[in-house]
Write a protein that binds this ligand. Structure first.
Ligand SMILES: Cc1cc2nc3c(=O)[nH]c(=O)nc-3n(C[C@H](O)[C@H](O)[C@H](O)COP(=O)(O)OP(=O)(O)OC[C@H]3O[C@@H](n4cnc5c(N)ncnc54)[C@H](O)[C@@H]3O)c2cc1C
Ligand code: FES
Length: 330
């Protein structure tokens, strides 16, 4: 028998063992979420009535005081019965698409940069998502799930393009770099996350990506240019060496077709990029005022923090800064 979960106007069933977040997203009810691994705190919500099992809710994310005050991490907690929550901080949809399980086939695997592969999956059924969101892939032969951002725009709903960087000793890395095979069947769940492109805007955009943090930014750039071909868009890709750059020809070609789009490569440990150094310095040199801009940042925790500071130094409104952190699985 499923339990009943209530949050604001949302009333959804939840199978025993399923997390609160999954129950809401699987029923098409938006609930704030980002990492789905208990590290960001975006999904924190207050319980008004009912009991839950907190499972892997780390104290750095959910403090003892918050626990005592009745908060839970929706991405970790599983209900023990019917539960009523406070209305989520925002009921505004981040382009709510129903969270679904799909099976996909590995269609192509390509080395695109040092220790980086592009993996193209073809889903059996279309998966609706917003540009910027990510999916969880179950590593074949295991029950372990890892998050990967979708690099293709939502118009290609059966195609799932992933850019994956090798992590030495990593479970997913061992699969992607040692034994993946074209034709292999893969379980995928998604979409997740609040790192989403707002398709209604028309103002200038700045995007800063570190390493494979370029993936969701490509999806956003492609959708933005398809909607407003002459939109002012600055895309900065930060890497350590030139061998880490990828999709350069594709992005240069986009530049020739869209005069408002600029793609700036930033290489921090050698010369050869458009800018020698960090993306943040390149952005600060290029943009005197970012008051009118919307910003998208994706990469490691440190990359995101530094980039947020750079945007704020150029007066970008904090509510227009969106970020995705590639935090390691705990
Ligand atoms: C929302 C989200 C989206 C993501 N999207 C992408 C994406 O598009 N492309 C991509 O390449 N990755 C992405 N990641 C990271 C990805 O999910 C995995 O964490 C990464 O691929 C490593 O997985 P693994 O199984 O190979 O390594 P694991 O088995 O998880 O880790 C092996 C060891 O390496 C350590 N480790 C793992 N990652 C790091 C790190 N970054 N720095 C230092 N130590 C680390 C672990 O703690 C562990 O000790 C994303 C993460 C999140 C949260
Ligand atoms: S802690 Fe739950 S979404 Fe990040």
């Amino acid at each position: 028998m499923p339990y009943t979960l209530t949050a604001g106007t949302g009333v959804v069933p939840c199978e025993p063992g399923r997390t609160v977040l999954e129950a809401f997203l699987r029923n098409g009810n938006w609930m704030p979420n980002s990492c789905n691994q208990g590290t960001c705190g975006t999904c924190k919500i207050k319980v008004l009535d009912g009991e839950l099992d907190h499972r892997n809710s780390p104290e750095e994310t959910l403090t003892a005081d918050e626990l005592a005050a009745g908060f839970v991490l929706a991405c970790q907690a599983t209900p023990r019965g019917d539960v009523v929550f406070e209305t989520p901080a925002t009921e505004e949809s981040a382009g709510t698409h129903v969270l679904r399980d799909v099976v996909a086939t590995v269609a192509e695997v390509r080395d695109i940069a040092a220790d980086t592969r592009k993996v193209l999956l073809t889903a059996d059924e279309p998966l609706e998502f917003s540009a910027g969101q990510y999916v969880e892939v179950t590593v074949p032969g295991t029950e372990i799930r890892r998050q990967y951002s979708l690099a293709n725009p939502p118009s290609e709903a059966k195609q799932l393009e992933l850019h994956i960087r090798r992590q030495p000793g990593g479970v997913a890395s061992e699969w992607v770099f040692e034994r993946i095979e074209v034709g292999e069947r893969v379980a995928v769940t998604g979409p997740y996350g609040d790192f989403t492109f707002d398709p209604d805007g028309t103002g200038p955009i700045a995007l800063l990506g570190g390493g494979t943090g370029l993936a969701p930014l490509e999806a956003i750039v492609r959708q933005a240019l398809s909607l407003v071909p002459d939109r002012q868009i600055l895309l900065y890709h930060g890497v350590r060496t030139c061998a880490d750059l990828y999709d350069v020809d594709f992005l240069r070609e986009l530049e020739t077709r869209h005069p408002g789009f600029r793609y700036i490569t930033c290489v921090s440990r050698e010369s050869g990029g458009d800018h020698e150094g960090y993306v943040t310095d390149a952005f600060l040199e290029d943009v005197a005022s970012a008051k009118e801009f919307t910003g998208y940042i994706c990469g490691s925790e440190a990359f995101v923090e530094a980039s947020v500071k750079a945007f704020k130094r150029r007066r970008m409104s904090p509510r227009r800064i969106r970020r995705e952190r590639f935090t390691p699985a705990g």
